[in-house]
Unconditional design. Structure first.
Ligand SMILES: Cc1ncc(COP(=O)(O)O)c(C=O)c1O
Length: 500
């Protein structure tokens, strides 16, 4: 990168746009403008939800910001307007009106480092290309292993871009352990007429059954396990269902538990499920995208008891460790398991014989070739603040959810659907005299009306056969008056849609 004035390349004078678009001066100016816009945005903590626009209107606004000059240059005004449009039309995760989704606001140091890694790209799958990312993988793996009580060097961790990819990779490893020839021969090699299956909690995330589809297992062989009244797998009934599947010709090779589920944040009884998995020789995978981060807190860690016995589990640091997306950690209890997912020969990237450096790189163990070094954002936060920052924030979010649970339970016109096990709470508006609305459509209509009023963002979810309003507490600045204001907002929304 050069300053804008050096315009001579190998073939003579460079077009102006080259030297301007790629110049250090443009970087400096763009970064300063972005910092100004973002600082203004983050500094305004009024309660806001989301301002939904009609797609056609937004397309028109976006098009109006596109230069008609095919030889355009860095236009400060246009650049600032584009940033503002992005910020204005997005979810306002930093405000106290945001209670609706699992995306979190990002710790500023981690967010700013993400810009550093965007500007100085170091693809993290290969040591040569991303040395610090590979070292950070190894350090973060060891830090978490200590919390799990795992012995050094007997486990492995692969960072992936997102929980869906983490789940897919773990299930692939599990399948390949069960059908070792699957990678080379495919699943046709099974000639006994039996089918492969996985057992999952009825509320498991859709990425799990999607992974089953990708792996050739088929939706019909995703066996759903019954849940208790707190939406956790009922272990006793799970045994019956798994045995019935075997009689139906389905070989369950993997049991997928959740910590916590997307709809209600429920955490399955992992220790008992680990017993079941080991009795039946099943691979136990825990989808801990949302709550496996509780490992960092002494107070919350006991909720995950048994996770250390899983064959694999995932944790989304971009959800509940407050770093930019996507940063997922996929842990394998046994180091060799991480080799099961992929078998690839590619001389242009994989070194043989393995060196100390190439042994620690993840390219052979994850789907991605180019991978952002997002793990460094997490390592940076951990290095600067220590794990206690993350623990305290999670504990605060859990306490906030408990507070909301207490408050909502005490209202005559609301009904909670479960006791929170993490930072998610589902509830219903249920006015005493009843309404002309049926219960479920009322919840959907209320969530839409609350959203369109623009002060709060909450979500909805189906809890068993009931539709619910859903809170996800991600902002530690939310207070009890904010939750009370939300309840009043829902009542006001109810009046607006004609509920007396
Ligand atoms: C329980 C659970 N698993 C997996 C995922 C998918 O994770 P990602 O969005 O990081 O791909 C989610 C996302 O919400 C989730 O809640």
């Amino acid at each position: 990168m050069t300053s804008v004035d050096s315009r001579v390349g190998a073939f003579g004078e460079l077009p102006h746009v080259f030297s301007e678009a790629f110049s250090v001066l443009t970087f400096e100016r763009a970064a300063a403008l972005a910092v100004q816009c973002l600082t203004r945005h983050l500094d305004s903590n009024d309660r806001r939800g989301v301002t939904l626009q009609e797609p056609a209107d937004l397309i028109a606004q976006a098009r109006a910001l596109m230069s008609s000059d095919p030889h355009g240059d860095f236009d400060e005004q246009r650049f600032t307007h584009i940033i503002d449009l992005y910020l204005r039309t997005g979810i306002q995760v930093h405000t106290t009106g945001y209670m609706g989704r699992q995306f979190s606001s990002v710790a500023p140091a981690a967010g700013v480092f993400d810009m550093v890694s965007a500007m100085a790209p170091q693809p993290a799958s290969f040591y040569e290309a991303g040395q610090l990312a590979n070292v950070a993988d190894s350090i973060m793996a060891q830090e978490f292993a200590a919390l799990l009580g795992w012995a050094p060097n007997q486990f492995d961790m692969v960072a992936t871009s997102g929980g869906a990819l983490g789940n897919l990779t773990a299930l692939l490893a599990a399948r390949n352990r069960f059908v070792p020839q699957a990678w080379t021969e495919g699943l046709q090699s099974r000639s006994d007429g039996r089918r492969l299956g996985i057992a999952v909690g009825a509320d498991s995330h859709y990425s799990v059954s999607r992974a089953a589809g990708v792996l050739g297992i088929g939706e019909n062989c995703v066996v759903r396990l019954p849940l208790d009244d707190q939406r956790r797998i009922r272990v006793h009934d799970a045994v019956t269902v798994i045995d019935q599947a075997a009689r139906d010709g389905i070989d369950i090779f993997c049991l997928v538990a959740s910590a916590g589920t997307t709809a209600t944040g429920s955490i399955d009884p992992l220790d008992e499920l680990a017993d079941l998995a080991s009795e039946r020789g099943l691979w136990l995978h825990v989808d801990g995208a949302h709550s496996a981060s509780f490992l960092v807190s002494e107070r919350l860690r006991p909720r995950l008891r048994g996770i250390e016995r899983a064959d694999s589990f995932i944790l989304d640091a971009h959800k509940t460790l407050f770093v930019p997306a996507a940063c997922t950690l996929l842990f394998y209890r046994e180091a060799l398991s991480s080799q099961l997912a992929f078998e690839q020969v590619a001389s242009y990237v994989f070194d043989e014989p393995y060196s100390e450096a190439s042994r620690m790189e993840s390219g052979g163990k994850n789907l991605e070739c180019t991978k952002r070094p997002s793990i460094v954002n997490l390592w940076l936060l951990w290095s600067m603040y220590g794990r206690q920052l993350l623990a305290s924030k999670l504990e605060t979010l859990v306490d906030l959810t408990d507070m909301a649970h207490g408050l909502i339970s005490a209202q005559a016109d609301f009904r909670v659907l479960h006791t929170p096990q993490s930072n998610i709470l589902c509830f219903q508006y249920a006015p005493a005299g009843g309404t002309v609305w049926d219960r479920d459509s009322l919840q959907s209509a209320l969530r839409d009306k609350v959203r369109s009023r623009g002060n709060f963002l909450i979500s909805k979810a189906d809890v068993g056969d009931e539709r619910a309003l859903r809170l996800v507490m991600m902002n530690h600045e939310i207070t009890e008056p904010d939750v009370r204001a939300l309840l009043d907002e829902i009542r006001e929304a109810a009046r607006e849609i004609g509920v007396e």
